[in-house]
Write a protein that binds this ligand. Structure first.
Ligand code: CU
Length: 232
């Protein structure tokens, strides 16, 4: 298993030739690492299988005077092509477990908290008001806009009021279903201020394709400004 620091090695960043949206979250590198690892393994398998198939088609094609031979299989070959993919799959599972645990199970303590409720066809977002606490009278409710500070652990209490939606922020490498009747914790820490797309990634009805929100990641000064502008 690779140490975490290796995820950010320069050589690796170059080798990825990323065509994914820019990663701006602390754990995005680990997701991308696994994504590209699986991508390159499957690409290699595709190339090997295709080349062999074409080669066998040509080499063993029907020709005058050549008789087909009956063979009963090859134990060594069969063991190899069973064991090698099994070992690769096991390795991938073990490598994914720690990343999955870090993102989905062991969230670091919240430094900022919002509540996001998916409904047909909007995101209702509740921010803590001037008292800094979520779930109080001065909460700031905005449709389709999530405002969070940069470099802080953000907890999202994810809910849905009608059908299943999916909270998807490609730049953060975050995707989580919002399920009616459940409160699901999503967390992230963003390293770069900006405005990032938040589409609903679960077909949730006729207005699904228009269900688009934005996550605004603020510097501390910008966040103060947002608070002032939205008081009361
Ligand atoms: Cu939706």
């Amino acid at each position: 298993m690779l140490a975490k620091s290796e995820f950010h090695e320069e050589g690796f960043e170059l080798a990825m030739m990323s065509w994914l949206p820019e990663n701006v979250s602390t754990y995005g590198g680990q997701i991308d690492y696994l994504f590209y690892l699986i991508y390159y393994i499957t690409a290699a398998a595709l190339i090997i299988v295709t080349v062999l198939m074409v080669a066998f088609l040509i080499v063993y094609r029907q020709r005058a005077g050549r008789k087909a031979v009956y063979i009963h299989g090859n134990t060594a070959l069969e063991v190899t092509w069973t064991v090698v993919p099994a070992v690769i799959l096991l390795l991938l599972s073990f490598m994914s477990i720690s990343t999955w645990g870090e993102i989905k199970i062991y969230a670091p303590p919240a430094e900022y908290e919002v509540r996001v409720v998916g409904k047909q066809f909007n995101w209702d977002v509740f921010h803590p008001g001037p008292d800094g606490k979520l779930g109080t009278k001065d909460d700031i409710k905005i449709e389709n806009e999530v405002h969070v500070p940069v470099d802080k652990v953000v907890h999202v209490q994810l809910q849905a009021s009608d059908v299943i939606h999916s909270f998807f922020v490609p730049n953060f490498r975050v995707k989580q279903d919002a399920v009616p009747g459940r409160n699901i914790l999503v967390w992230f820490e963003v390293t770069k201020p900006g405005k990032y797309e938040l589409p609903c990634a679960e077909l949730c009805g006729f207005g699904h394709s228009g269900m688009l929100g934005w996550v605004f990641v603020h510097t501390p000064e910008d966040y103060e400004k947002f608070l002032k502008e939205n008081q009361g």
